[in-house]
Write a protein that binds this ligand. Structure first.
Ligand code: VTB
Length: 327
């Protein structure tokens, strides 16, 4: 059972509408899979997501987006989206999570969006976040960012009823994780090293039988942390995040966005609270979602749509025949 549920506040019709938004972005990016052009693929996804998002009957505000207004002309933080004739909501989005993955046509690039009631998403600056996450079914509080990796692994193994050597941790392949990787290997766990895409990495913990991932550990982008937290709110699971504010400038930027305690550890329910909707469409093939498939007279998308208030998780395989719309 999903223990993270919340009262239903946002119109549930919107969750299905969100699938259209991520489908469009995913298809736009998929046209450029393997082309080696990160920026071009990202821009295509941004354009597509933005035009679809602006059709939704919401008074939307982007809180996690493509960047600050001066660096991102579209879907920047603070941009108002939607028809304005609906509920006031905050939106976290990443039209192409894993631009490099897409450019190389490697697994798990996604188009992602999350919607919450206004004021219910953490306004995370574009800094790093230390993250740890596990899927549903574990007692509350068994992961702790202040504990060494080996202890977190031991706790998860004990609760799962397996040896540490039967656990797999997902970690991003970065020099900053050298020590963490060593620690996890010394503890005896297996590691899946990923090049990018830690939103997918966190989501993969929710279904270890399918993905082979039990726990996500490591430092990635804070915006991606909020998106991942929104997803886990819907699937169940646990996640903690701490912003890495290691310079006075970052502390000041975070303060401007309302972060008072720079060392605070956020629970997933503090990163995305209340009623949350989440949608992700696969761009490239992945462990949970298939990538966009271009057929002769149709194209196929695979999307996850979830809602925290009901805990419903829908997988939508959509066959689109109106190909010109996606050209
Ligand atoms: C991640 C990952 C992204 O950035 O959060 C990461 O999910 C963090 O930054 O796909 P670094 O690349 O600097 O480590 C991405 O890899 C790219 O946006």
């Amino acid at each position: 059972m999903n223990t993270n549920s919340s009262p239903s506040v946002i119109d549930r019709m919107l969750s299905i509408e969100l699938a259209r938004v991520t489908e469009r972005a995913a298809v736009a990016a998929a046209h450029l899979r393997g082309h080696g052009e990160e920026d071009k693929a990202d821009q295509a996804a941004v354009d597509a997501m933005r035009s679809e998002l602006n059709k939704l009957p919401i008074d939307g505000r982007v809180v996690i987006g493509e960047g600050e207004r001066d660096e991102a002309p579209m879907l920047y933080i603070g941009e108002e989206v939607g028809t304005k004739k609906g509920m006031a909501v905050d939106i976290a989005l990443d039209p192409l999570e894993g631009t490099t993955i897409c450019a190389k046509n490697l697994p798990n690039a996604l188009a992602v969006i999350a919607v919450a009631e206004r004021g219910n998403m953490l306004y995370a600056p574009d800094v790093y976040m230390d993250k740890i996450a596990i899927g549903p079914g574990y007692p509350e509080g068994i992961i702790d960012l202040n504990l060494p990796a080996v202890e977190n692994l031991a706790n998860v193994a004990k609760e799962k009823g397996v040896k540490i050597s039967q656990l797999t941790a997902c970690i991003m392949d970065r020099p900053r994780h050298a020590r963490l990787i060593e620690e996890v290997r010394e503890a005896g766990a297996s590691i899946r090293l990923i090049g990018d895409g830690d939103v997918a990495g966190v989501i993969h913990t929710t279904d270890p039988d399918l993905t082979g991932i039990d726990i996500y550990i490591g430092i990635g982008g804070a915006p991606e942390g909020v998106l991942a937290a929104a997803a886990l709110r819907c699937t169940g699971g646990q996640m903690k995040g701490r912003l890495l504010l290691d310079t006075p400038d970052k502390v000041a930027r975070a303060r401007k966005m309302g972060v008072e305690d720079p060392n605070r550890i956020y629970d997933m329910t503090e990163m995305a609270s209340g009623d949350v909707l989440f949608a992700a469409t696969g761009v490239t093939d992945g462990n949970l979602l298939s990538g966009v498939k271009f057929g002769r007279n149709s194209l196929t998308t695979h999307t996850l749509v979830m809602r925290s208030s009901s805990g419903t998780i829908r997988e939508i395989k959509a066959i689109h025949h109106d190909m010109e719309k996606f050209a």
